[in-house]
Design a protein around this ligand. Structure first.
Ligand code: MN3
Length: 207
């Protein structure tokens, strides 16, 4: 997440092979999701910034923090496209093919403090991810008080709410339809097999 934070944005490669998350998330979905869906957000964002040079000095996160300071006719395009870039990079970055990957260290402690057990957390997080109506994301975030689960619509980001994302699942249908059809619950179960808790720990330690 540290590289390429400024215009012009490029589609940085996935941190693993397209087929690395098989059999839980299929290679074709990863190709389409990264090379087409994310690419479109990157192209659209670059196009907006090309036409609004004064915004080119903002980092990706700064664009999202400052949506209220951007004139309305531009802020909607920034919200959608900078949000699409931020959310997809975050989502891809917090999955991996690491084996026996369960929360350890600080993140385990925080999850146990807030949810009692990892199993109970998974149950609550799954309910939240199922409850996103239409397109959006479910996030585990850290706020002033501790861990929290939030849902965002479309390409809205948790950045706007002043919280720090720890791990996220994309529940737009394009994230799962090819393999799971309309079975979002099965996709969420499979996502738990590839959710990267070491990355989550890194995200928590960075705050
Ligand atoms: Mn997506």
């Amino acid at each position: 997440m540290m590289e390429n934070q400024y215009y012009p944005f490029v589609n940085t490669p996935l941190p693993y092979d397209y087929g690395a998350l098989e059999p839980f998330i299929d290679e074709k979905t990863m190709h389409l999701h990264h090379d087409r869906h994310l690419q479109t957000y990157i192209d659209n964002l670059n196009q907006i910034l090309e036409q609004n040079a004064w915004l080119q000095s903002y980092s990706l996160e700064e664009l999202l923090y400052n949506l209220n300071g951007i004139p309305e006719h531009q802020s909607e395009g920034i919200r959608r496209n900078a949000g699409g870039v931020y959310n997809h990079r975050f989502f891809f970055d917090t999955m991996s093919d690491r084996k026996n990957n369960e929360p350890k260290g600080m993140i385990k402690q925080e999850i146990d403090n807030t949810y009692g057990t990892f199993e109970n957390f998974k149950c609550i997080f799954k309910k939240a991810a199922l409850a996103v109506f239409g397109s959006g994301y479910a996030w585990l975030v850290k706020s002033g008080r501790g861990l929290n689960i939030i849902m965002t619509a479309n390409q809205d980001t948790p950045i706007e709410f002043g919280v720090y994302p720890i791990i996220a699942i994309d529940v737009w249908e394009h994230a799962y339809y090819l393999k799971h059809y309309n079975q979002r619950a099965a996709y969420i179960d499979n996502w738990f097999q590839v959710a990267d808790w070491e990355k989550a720990e890194e995200n928590l330690m960075r705050i």
